[in-house]
Design a protein around this ligand. Structure first.
Ligand SMILES: NC(=O)c1ccc[n+]([C@@H]2O[C@H](COP(=O)([O-])OP(=O)(O)OC[C@H]3O[C@@H](n4cnc5c(N)ncnc54)[C@H](O)[C@@H]3O)[C@@H](O)[C@H]2O)c1
Length: 397
């Protein structure tokens, strides 16, 4: 059994609490910190927490607490992490780890120095669809991964602080891009170094300083490319889609909008349909079990099992730091309009990789470019002559 302090009683704090305590779980939130007493008390009532407080340190230091779950706005993650280090409490924090890589690195170094358990709550690499797709990728079903794309777009976040550049640390690149970067990085291989970013961003709709729409490319040392598409101006709900392409196959995943559950209603009795759904009438796309579909259940299962076994969860503060480093380069690229290098001072994966050769041996004199059977029954071979470099065609029947 893991006994938790929850810091923050808002949107994600409640999603997390529903997941942690929802299915007769043996794990328990024993303390809740929220800045407003009535909210802290309401959360304590809703989730049967013994202790509630408006003083963050009190919740973290509470003697019954084994692990602290940070569900606070981005500008408060560091303060909370440092208090966990001070009190030597295991800590798991929501995304993004920091508002930038400098903050993220300070947090990473602090938890490692304190020797405390740390987990990065990137739920979207724990969705049932991701887990299955990733297993196929790991088993080689797609061959060598060439391109991974992740898209998260919705009509904009639900609280004031997200829209405040100082508190949030960025716009949709940081808020949603952090998911996309970790998803695509996982498909390409977390030990493969992301090296450069090219990113476009703009504030197309909202009256804010931060970007509300962005598209970025992340180059990896082995030649693979990742792509993220993020927006706070997308209309029609929460669009969560991934695509992965390899030398031997392709995966397309739609996690939220068109999952095979479609409903029509005139609007009677359907107040909440799914996260960020913009309508409760007409044809709707409800989500069967959001906690599970968004990965929260599998994520806490991994975090708590790792904590109890003394091992590491799939997602660590280190991963949060890498993600922040990629996104910092994206912000630089938006300004410079150039490919910007990704600075990871503490890279722990493979080094010195190069792009594999594209020369596929056909016979002593040729490389194979392509073979295809046409609609008129011919088997065509496209070959490259080793000596001349010329491209030739052979028709076999
Ligand atoms: N899928 C995900 O992983 C996911 C989804 C949503 C949000 N998040 C992350 O969760 C964190 C919180 O976001 P949220 O959506 O729950 O926001 P929210 O506004 O719904 O809740 C934030 C909580 O922090 C408290 N809070 C706000 N300002 C505070 C302050 N100055 N001092 C102390 N407490 C304060 C609020 O009262 C509330 O309890 C953010 O880091 C966000 O990026 C993650």
């Amino acid at each position: 059994m893991v006994r938790l302090a929850m810091l923050g009683s808002g949107f994600i704090g409640r999603f997390y609490a529903d997941s942690i305590q929802g299915l007769r779980s043996k794990d328990k939130i024993v303390s809740i910190y929220s800045r407003r007493e009535e909210q802290a008390k309401k959360f304590a009532d809703d989730y049967a927490c013994d202790h509630f407080t408006t003083v963050m340190e009190e919740s973290i230091a509470h003697p019954d607490v084994d692990m602290v779950c940070i569900s606070l706005p981005n500008n408060l993650h560091e303060e909370a992490v440092m208090l966990c280090c001070k009190h030597k409490k295991a800590v798991i924090t929501t995304k993004p780890l920091g508002r930038n890589a400098i903050e993220a690195k300070r947090m990473l170094e602090a938890v490692e120095k304190a020797g405390i358990f740390n987990g990065y709550l990137e739920d979207l690499v724990y969705t049932p669809k991701f887990i299955k797709a990733h297993e196929s990728v790991k088993n080689g079903a797609l061959g060598r991964i060439l391109w991974a794309k992740s898209r998260e777009t919705h009509p904009g976040p639900h609280s004031d602080w997200f829209w405040d550049l100082e508190k949030a640390g960025g716009g949709c690149i940081l808020d949603l891009g952090c998911h996309c970067v970790e998803i695509t990085r996982s498909y390409i291989g977390k030990d493969i170094k992301p090296v450069e970013v090219m990113c476009w961003a703009d504030t197309q709709v909202k009256p804010i300083e931060a970007e509300d729409h962005a598209i970025g490319l992340v180059k990896y040392e082995n030649g693979a490319i990742a792509q993220f598409e993020v927006s706070w101006t997308f209309r029609g709900g929460l669009d969560l889609r991934d695509e992965v392409m390899g030398t031997e196959g392709t995966i397309w995943v739609n996690s939220f909008l068109r999952t095979g559950f479609e409903m029509f209603t005139t609007g009677k009795g359907a107040d909440y349909v799914a996260e960020k759904a913009e309508s409760n009438s007409g044809w709707l796309f409800p989500v069967g079990d959001e906690l599970n579909e968004l990965g929260y259940n599998h994520m806490f299962f991994d975090m708590f099992n790792a904590y109890e076994k003394g091992t590491k969860p799939r997602e660590l503060f280190y991963d949060g730091y890498v993600v922040n480093s990629v996104l910092d380069a994206a912000y630089k690229s938006v300004k410079s309009k150039l490919w910007e290098p990704i600075v990871i001072e503490d890279w722990r994966g493979q080094v010195g990789l190069t792009k594999p050769s594209t020369l596929v041996e056909f016979d002593a004199d040729h490389y194979l470019v392509k073979e295809e059977v046409t609609h008129y029954g011919a088997k065509k071979l496209i070959l490259k002559e080793k000596k001349t470099g010329n491209i030739i065609e052979r028709i076999l029947s």
